[in-house]
Design a protein around this ligand. Structure first.
Ligand SMILES: [Zn+2]
Ligand SMILES: [Zn+2]
Length: 347
């Protein structure tokens, strides 16, 4: 008899359910099998839920999780059963020139998880992917587990926005987007030394977390009004750095309107319909950097894992709703309707 597990299933836009599916397993010698302890819903999952981006119907979904290694393939050397791990949303070989340069998220031998909202997940390229956490999940409280979950994606992605935007001490940074990634971008700009952090938000619950994470100013305006507001705050010059954490054309146009000449827009929002003028960015000496975040690199090499474990940062504050897998529909709906900032799934 085939072993089964419970998994979230994307039925169709607007409809999630939970079904018994064949249990994930080790398929390749480099794989690990992980029992999921915490998973969550991503802003990018909402693009599917809203029917804006296509996703196969009646299929598994999810790419952010932490858990305990249950089994490993013959070639895996860096983790063993019982190890507590963060699973970055991209898997990667960890040893090719792209990975060694710190861009595991675009490893040509890697890919992205797509079935993490489930009791078990198969981890390809386990040695180059797993981020080992000291101890076991029982050693951590709920808040720390939530923060560890953010370094599977949103915190590392926000950090990538800040690094890509070349935030430096004393800078004025603008953060576009007040979802979990944007809020983590605020925290990251603070970590990199920005002295003024302007969060674009018009939702009080999100603005409150942004302030807690280090935002000095909240700007609720949009489009030209937002540009005028930031230009007014910066003597007409614009922001030194912009963290673009939305990906829409509207957000990008605003970012281009308020970046200082010679500044860099760090982009981590998945682009939808964005057009960038080669000429406009040329005459402003505007840099545009970013893409999928090299999560593992930031967790291990930039110290995000240590910062969470040592309670220096508390990015898990972005989870304002907690659900079990059986309530996956509610977890999606609450995020879709902005009743919560981000939904955490407990197992
Ligand atoms: Zn995500
Ligand atoms: Zn690689």
């Amino acid at each position: 008899m085939t072993e089964t597990m419970k998994a979230a299933i994307f039925v169709k836009p607007g409809e999630m359910t939970v079904r018994e599916v064949p249990k994930a397993r080790v398929e390749q010698p480099g794989d690990a099998l992980v029992r999921v302890v915490r998973a969550c819903v991503c802003g990018s999952d909402l693009w599917y839920f809203r029917g804006v981006s296509p996703h196969p119907q009646n299929s598994q979904i999810g790419h952010e999780s932490i858990g305990v290694v249950e089994q490993v393939g013959d070639e895996v050397t860096s983790v063993q059963p019982g190890d507590f791990v963060v699973l970055p949303f991209p898997y990667s070989c960890g040893k090719c020139p792209v990975c060694e340069a710190g861009f595991e998220s675009v490893c040509p031998h890697g890919g992205y998880f797509g079935a993490s909202q489930a009791e078990y997940v198969r981890v390809p390229e386990a040695d180059g992917t797993c981020v080992k956490v000291p101890g076991s999940p029982e050693d951590y409280d709920d808040e720390t587990l939530a923060s560890l979950l953010t370094i599977a994606d949103v915190m590392s992605t926000g950090y990538h926005a800040a690094v890509s935007a070349e935030v430096r001490p004393g800078y004025t940074a603008v953060v576009m987007g007040d979802g979990a990634v944007g809020l983590c971008g605020v925290l990251s700009a603070k970590m990199l030394g920005a002295s003024r952090i302007i969060a674009m938000s018009r939702h009080e619950d999100r603005a409150a977390v942004a302030r807690e994470f280090g935002a000095t100013d909240i700007v609720p305006e949009r489009d030209q009004a937002a540009i005028d507001r930031v230009l007014g705050m910066t003597g007409g010059y614009g922001a030194d750095a912009v963290l673009e954490c939305v990906g829409s054309r509207q957000s990008f146009d605003t970012a281009l309107g308020l970046i200082r000449r010679g500044g860099v827009i760090g982009r981590v929002g998945l682009p939808h319909d964005v057009e960038i003028s080669a000429e406009g960015t040329f005459y402003g000496n505007i840099g545009i950097k970013g893409g999928p975040a090299p999560v593992r690199h930031y967790d291990l090499k930039a110290g995000l894992l240590d910062a969470v474990v040592n309670h220096e940062i508390d990015p898990g504050r972005v989870f304002t709703g907690v659900y079990d897998l059986d309530h996956i529909q509610e977890a999606y709906e609450a995020m879709d309707q902005r009743k919560v900032i981000k939904s955490l799934i407990r197992f």
